[in-house]
Design a protein around this ligand. Sequence first.
Ligand SMILES: Cc1ncc(COP(=O)(O)O)c(C=O)c1O
Length: 353
Amino acid sequence: MINKPTLFLDKEKTLNNIDRMASKFLEQRIHFQPHAKTHQSRAIANWFRDFGVNSLTVSSIEMLSYFANDQWDKLLLALPIHPVIFRQLNDWNNKIDLTVISSSLKHIRTFNNILDKPIKLLIDCDPKYGRTGIPIHDHESISILINEVKALKNIQLSGCYLHAGHSYNCSSIEEIQRFYSSQSEHIKALKNTFQTPIYFGDTPTCSVVNNFSNIDVATPGNFVFYDIMQATIGSCNVEDISIELACPVIDWKSNGNQAQLIIHGGAVHFSKDSMIINEQTIYGQLSGYPNIYVHKLSQEHGLLYGPSPLIEVLAEQTQVNIYPVHSCLTAQSMGFYIDRENGLEYDHMSKNH
Ligand SMILES: Cc1ncc(COP(=O)(O)O)c(C=O)c1O
């Protein structure tokens, strides 16, 4: 029995998620360099080694240090470089096989002058997501940057990095497939023009698409656990989601035919990330009940709505299990995982760094 919200992990489902993704890329001879931002766990990262993974992608200098200090000696920092981390990056580049990304000639030039030895750099290209990078179709700007960078003695140009985060706007398998078809034309043009390795990866596309011609390195991350958002997009089945937040049941309140279940599980546990289902904002889905959602969250409390007879039965239980909307943020908020089979605890960087 639990006495506080507890994040349970299903190891078998997690290993199946890793296996499916690793096999897909292995078959196509695409190097698989999964993003560690979802699990942020040394224990879970090590499970990837059994599937041939020898390198990780990370999103902060802290995450880079966390894994580099645990014998991951081939890492890609997929956050564009910026001056305050140049010295630390230089130190790590002296010790491990490090790759960084940027689209800023100014930053790259400054970094070049600080480095003790050459570093691998990917040009950050924007596949129409609109966050960072040179627009993927702007070959002229990419070409200018490549030519400038080639002249720098400590910068070893190693490819182009693309993150198509707008795949999260899709809402079916067919839509994700159409999304990738339009991406793949730009990727092909980029590859043909610059004859350079292409790094690409987001969970919706990598889960649904089977043929990735022109991609050299794949960097998805969320697939390790999946979540309700991914299931709604069409990336996975609800049964593939491998973490559940177990929340103690506090009470219930009937309001005629409808009722509310009050749980100990709020924004500090789930995070405040939400999504819209059936025109309603939701923060989680009750495991085993496709139509029962967390509709309200305050700091410590959550409210689930449903028919009174069902809520009355659920209120008899000491706890309910909830699938998160966004597994990365729920894992980050909770800071550790408990194996649902044997009670073992697995680390999360946020509580161990
Ligand atoms: C730059 C970058 N690369 C790769 C990923 C992995 O994407 P996903 O978690 O959808 O697999 C992310 C996720 O946010 C990202 O920001």
